[in-house]
Structures are given as C-alpha cells and as structure tokens.
Design a protein around this ligand. Structure first.
Ligand SMILES: Nc1ncnc2c1ncn2[C@@H]1O[C@H](COP(=O)(O)OP(=O)(O)O)[C@@H](O)[C@H]1O
Ligand SMILES: [Mg+2]
Length: 491
C-alpha cells in the first residue's frame, strides 16, 4: 500500500522559475507606481487624492500577490489535521483496518456488528480509521437502498450525560434533515433518549454510534457512575430492549488504556466490546504517512531532509501523526513567511521550537477560568512539592484547587470535573496522566505529571487572570501543598 515514489524528482534548476521577484527585495522601486513612502516626491497625481493611504493599499495587495505565487504549497488542505483523506493515503494501520472492517462487515449482510473499543495514544489514527470504514459502509448501503446511520460525536466538549444525548439527537437531525424536536434544556434525559430512538427508528435501518474521546465524558455528580458508563449502557442495550428497532452497535474511542476499569458492571456486560489497539507510530511509519501527503507541496519545494526530520521529531513525541502533520505544515508556513522557495531542515527545526513555545501559551489563553484555576492548582503542586517526584496525585491537586477557589471566592467544580479538566490537557501533551491504585480498597486516583516546566505554566496563567492574588501568597501556597502531600502519602 505504501511504496510511493517521490514524483519524478528531476532536479530542475531554480532559474526555470518565472514566478515573481523575490519578495524580500520588494522595496526596490522598479515599476512606475512604486517609490512608495516618499510623500515629498510629488508624483504625476492623476487620481491620487490621498497618496499615502493609496500607496499602503497597493503594497498590501502586492504582498498578498507575491505570497500567493511563491507558496511552497499547492494543496495545503492535505496537511490540515482535520481534512478527511483518501483511503490510499492511509498507511501503517493494516491490522486495525482489517479488524474494524471485519467487525463491521455483518452490517452489510443484515446482521448486527459487535461493539468496539478503539484505544491507543493520541494521533494514532483511531478517528481516521473508524471514519474511513464507516464512510465506505454508508456508500455500500446506499447503493443497496439500506439506510446506515453513523452517529458520531466527540465527547471532549460535553459535560453531562444529558448534553451527550442531546448532541446525539442533533447529529442525527442534521444527517437526516429532521427537526431536533426537543429543547436543549428543561426536559428529562429520558425524553431525549426517546426522541433519539424515535429519529433513528424513523430514518435508519441500522446505526453505529461513534463516541470519540469517550473517557472525557465524566459527568457532574461526584461518587456516581460516570456519565460515559451510563451512556454506554443505554446505547448498547437499546436494541435488546427494542427501543431501537434496527441493528445497533457502539464504537467507543479513547486514549486511555485503562478506560474499561471505571465502567459499571452492567454497562461492561452490555457494551462488551471487541478491542482494537492503536499503537504509536514509529519514525518509519510517520515518514510514510508524510510521504503520502508530499503532494501538499510544490514538486520541487521539499528538501529531502524535511520528511525524515519531521518524522523524527514526531516519533519523539510519542509517534503522534497529528503532531507530524502539524509540524510538516508549520515548516511550510514558515518557508512561505520568509519567502523561501523551498522547505528545508532549518524551517522544520524552527517550527518545532515555535510549536513547543506556543503550544502551552496558546492553549492557556483559550482556557476558561475554571480550567485555568484547575491547571494552576495542579502546576503549583508539581512546582512547590518538596518531594523528589513532582507528580501530582489528583486528590491533592483537587484539595489545592478547592483552596484556590476559596481564596478567590470562585465557583467550585466537583472532583470529577477537576480531573476531567486536567486530563483534557493531556490531549495537548502538556501533562501525562496515569491511573494509580492506593491498594487495599483505598480506591483509584489519577496522577498527573507535567511534560514541561510547571513554573512556566503557572506564570503563563497568572499573566492573564485574577490568579495574581494567589501568586502573591507563594509561601502560604507552598505550605498548603506540602502539608496536603504529606497527608496524602501518610494515609
Ligand atoms: N495511518 C495513517 N495514515 C495517514 N494519516 C494518518 C494516519 N494516522 C493518523 N493520520 C492523520 O493524523 C491525524 C490524527 O489522526 P486521528 O485519527 O485523529 O488520531 P486519533 O483519533 O487516534 O487521535 C489525522 O490528521 C489523520 O488523518
Ligand atoms: Mg481522535
């Protein structure tokens, strides 16, 4: 599937280039209407009422034109992470494709496919593979006059079970062009389920629910069965109870390898999935993935070192294909910004540096206040801990979070929500999470470890919120944290 060739790399000399003068030198007045920015020089003013404004306008357009022509890209979409790519561009996932295809094949024979759990680290192709296979099934079903519904939601922005059911209704309604038929709030979740089933029964012969990032659907109530467990239970038994008349299967996607551990027993037995594991990509596979998208760039615009280097960087960050594609695109953008005609190693290196620097900053800027506080409290524990390991047990992080919200007189979320918020950051690679057991019925907790410097993270958050008031109490915060840590570890 993979062995592509690098598109007839006849090394055409750079002087065949007739596109445009190098735009870094555009100050040179070569045309009659150049010579901008020299107001004294009275030019033959025909319609020039406002020479300075007019000349600015021209130069913007010139710059835009130049960039358009000189771009290293010919199809930049191909290196956008959310572009749905053709099947031929998928590499290195043969086993997973085969499993998913074989699990879903019964749909085409009028049978019910099993439920599935697709799990593995971020950027390993889970969403891609399930999307590619279900898309083909939709098309095959259509040609036979069967109505196969793919109801795909991402749970990351969803907070409650009720919202998740509403989101499912919305997805179906959009797909089939029906009314949503229930208000978002003010009616019971039960009624929403009924509307969902009703829409499905009316419009589909069989359905698959795709619940992406399912582990992030925690729900609000503490000490309760997590929302994802309830949702899995409901959806996977809906066909047994005849609430859904057609064939139903559920595919859950997660980065969390221990996802099934927190699932309620009855949900586990009704969901009972077939597992498909998505391991990290190695540098060779990443090279192939990128190689299959090299036509995003002009034929002669990629130095031969670029793909191996991008792949090597991404292999270091856990073989995440999304990161590889982002870096590939970033290097191209940087070359364009500089007006360079070719993407080279230095663009990759600099772009990677930028990504490292920007990622946490950008991310932090976009967070809600509650998420900032959660992150701040967690980073503070890592930063002020006197212990040799600076990982943060979630119960301690949460206590510190509560302390901070008290000090600020801010709203206080439940522990589950706090954990969800911090876990979300792991999808951006800012923290890594591990599930820990306290042993002998002591329960489970999460442990957070920052990949970068927690102090830098704290500074960033303080830069842009009212958390300054907390930052001023550094000594107190340090004391609170270390006494909490001590209590935790003595228990
Ligand atoms: N095997 C592959 N071949 C080609 N592109 C891939 C492959 N795996 C992942 N990608 C690309 O990498 C990005 C992340 O993949 P995605 O499926 O969203 O990962 P996950 O859902 O596991 O986090 C997407 O842009 C996807 O197209
Ligand atoms: Mg995904």
């Amino acid at each position: 599937m993979a062995g592509h060739d690098p598109e007839g790399a006849d090394h055409s000399p750079p002087d065949e280039d007739t596109r445009s003068p190098p735009d870094s030198e555009q100050l040179e007045p070569t045309t009659e209407d150049a010579g901008d920015g020299l107001p004294e020089q009275d030019r033959d003013s025909d319609v020039d009422e406002e020479p300075s404004a007019d000349s600015t306008q021209r130069s913007i357009r010139e710059m835009l034109d130049d960039e358009g022509e000189a771009s290293v890209f010919v199809n930049r979409d191909l290196v956008e992470p959310d572009t749905i790519i053709d099947e031929e561009r998928i590499v290195g996932r043969d086993d997973q494709l085969e499993s998913v295809v074989s699990f879903l094949k019964p749909t085409l024979q009028g049978n019910r496919p099993p439920n599935m759990l697709l799990y593995g680290p971020a950027g390993t192709g889970k969403s891609l593979i399930i999307g590619a296979v279900t898309q083909q099934i939709i098309e095959l079903c259509q040609s036979k006059g069967e109505r196969f519904g793919v109801i795909d939601i991402n749970c990351q922005p969803i907070n409650t079970l009720d919202q998740a059911v509403y989101e499912l209704i919305q997805t179906v309604a959009i797909d089939v062009g029906a009314d949503i038929g229930v208000p978002e709030t003010g009616v019971s979740t039960k009624r929403k389920y009924r509307r969902l089933y009703n829409l499905i029964n009316r419009h589909y012969d069989s359905v698959i629910f795709i619940l992406d990032e399912i582990d992030l659907l925690v729900g609000r109530r503490a000490n309760d069965e997590p929302a994802y467990s309830k949702l899995l239970y409901q959806l996977s038994r809906a066909s047994n109870t005849d609430e859904i008349e057609g064939r139903v299967s559920v595919a859950a996607l997660t980065n969390d390898p221990k996802f099934m551990e927190d699932i309620d027993g009855r949900a586990e037995s009704s969901f009972n999935p077939r597992d498909v594991y998505f391991p990290d990509y190695d540098a060779t596979q990443l090279r192939e993935i990128l190689g299959n998208r090299r036509d995003a760039f002009r034929q002669d615009a990629l130095d031969e070192d670029v793909i191996p280097l991008v792949a090597a960087f991404a292999a270091q960050s856990h073989g995440d294909a999304r990161k590889a594609i982002d870096l590939f695109r970033g290097a191209g953008d940087l070359a364009d910004e500089r007006g360079d005609e070719e993407v080279r190693e230095n663009h990759v290196r600099e772009s990677q540096e930028e990504i490292d620097k920007d990622r946490s900053l950008k991310l932090v800027e976009g967070l809600t206040t509650q998420k900032k506080i959660s992150l701040y409290a967690t980073a503070a524990v890592a930063n002020y801990s006197n212990r040799s390991r600076s990982s943060v047990p979630s119960p301690v992080g949460f206590t510190v979070y509560q302390w901070v919200t008290d000090e600020l007189d801010a709203d206080q979320m439940t522990r589950e929500t706090y954990v969800k918020y911090v876990k979300e950051l792991s999808t951006y690679g800012l923290v890594s999470t591990a599930r820990k057991s306290r042993g002998r019925g002591g329960g489970m907790y999460m442990e957070f470890t920052f990949t970068g410097d927690p102090a830098a993270m704290m500074n960033r958050i303080v830069d842009d919120t009212r958390l300054e008031a907390i930052a001023e109490q550094e000594e107190l915060l340090r004391t609170v944290i270390n006494s909490q840590l001590q209590q935790f570890h003595e228990q």
